[in-house]
Design a protein around this ligand. Structure first.
Ligand SMILES: NC(=O)c1ccc[n+]([C@@H]2O[C@H](COP(=O)([O-])OP(=O)(O)OC[C@H]3O[C@@H](n4cnc5c(N)ncnc54)[C@H](O)[C@@H]3O)[C@@H](O)[C@H]2O)c1
Length: 250
């Protein structure tokens, strides 16, 4: 295995779970994140799991300059990029859309849409030079359906779905595929910080399986979409949610 994979937000939650799944498959991994204090532990675990290499590059994804510098780092360190999981992001707690602030709109647009798009532009350029590429964007079930109180998060995740489908068509005749996954509620640091809140018991029931998903259950799907032989899967938005997007289950 001589494949280089980027995971944004790879120091926590779904990104970290994906790093470990890629490590088991022998990838060379680069992580863009800002949680510097978590890097050493994640790198050590990735190497123990079988990664051929694992490096962390501090990258605040709100900065187009830092993003550009970090892709230069990939070029210098690895000389190529084969696969990318655009994943770093967050939401806000549900509330009626009229109560959403401009600051919240800017933050969610910045991290969940603009940063994905900026990274995709660099990834596509490097993958064209490489004559091969696999891009997976982390959308959400909220990229396919919304919930009451979730309009802003649904709006940005629907935008991820839109850019995934459009860009997939742009490069369909090349060896580059662009897909998205739409996870249900997953037991990540982002979610578990609310475990003592009264609304958390509703989150526990929010997937049809009646339990939270595990980051590894998402990471293995990303690893599948990264495979060379997943070559005819393009422009797909794949729910990984035990059936949440299949219909009303309550
Ligand atoms: N957890 C879920 O239930 C769930 C469900 C569907 C989709 N998602 C999506 O999955 C993605 C990851 O969520 P998670 O639950 O694993 O979250 P998480 O908080 O556990 O991990 C997110 C990572 O992104 C990093 N990050 C945040 N802001 C950053 C920035 N400005 N620059 C660089 N890195 C930054 C954090 O440091 C962290 O390591 C998000 O896009 C989220 O919307 C999560």
């Amino acid at each position: 295995m001589n494949k280089v994979a980027l995971v944004t937000g790879g120091l926590s939650g779904i990104g970290k779970g994906t790093v470990f799944e890629l490590a088991k498959r022998g990838y060379q991994i680069v992580i863009f994140d800002i949680s510097d204090d978590k890097a050493e532990d994640v790198i050590n675990q990735a190497m123990q799991n079988g990664a051929k290499d694992c490096v962390y590059k501090h990258t605040n994804l709100f900065s187009s300059e830092e993003i550009a510098e970090s892709f230069d780092f990939i070029e210098e360190h690895f000389g190529k990029l084969d696969c990318a999981f655009n994943n770093a992001g967050f939401g806000i707690l549900n509330k009626p859309f009229g109560d959403v602030t401009e600051d919240e709109m800017d933050k969610l647009w910045g991290i969940d849409v603009k940063a994905y798009m900026l990274c995709m532009k660099h990834e596509i350029k490097m993958m064209q030079e490489n004559d091969f590429g696999r891009i997976v964007n982390n959308a959400s079930g909220a990229g396919l359906v919304s919930v009451k109180g979730g309009a802003l998060y649904a709006a940005v995740k629907h935008a991820v779905v839109g850019v995934t489908k459009g860009a997939a068509l742009d490069y369909a005749t090349t060896n580059i595929t662009i897909n998205a996954i739409a996870p249900g509620t997953i037991a990540t640091e982002l979610i578990m910080q609310y475990k003592d809140k009264p609304f958390f018991k509703d989150w526990l029931k929010s997937n049809p399986a009646g339990r939270l998903g595990k980051p590894s259950e998402i990471g293995r799907v990303v690893a599948f979409l990264f495979e060379k032989d997943s070559s005819f899967i393009n422009g797909v938005i794949l729910p990984v949610d035990s059936g949440y997007c299949a219909g009303n289950f309550k």
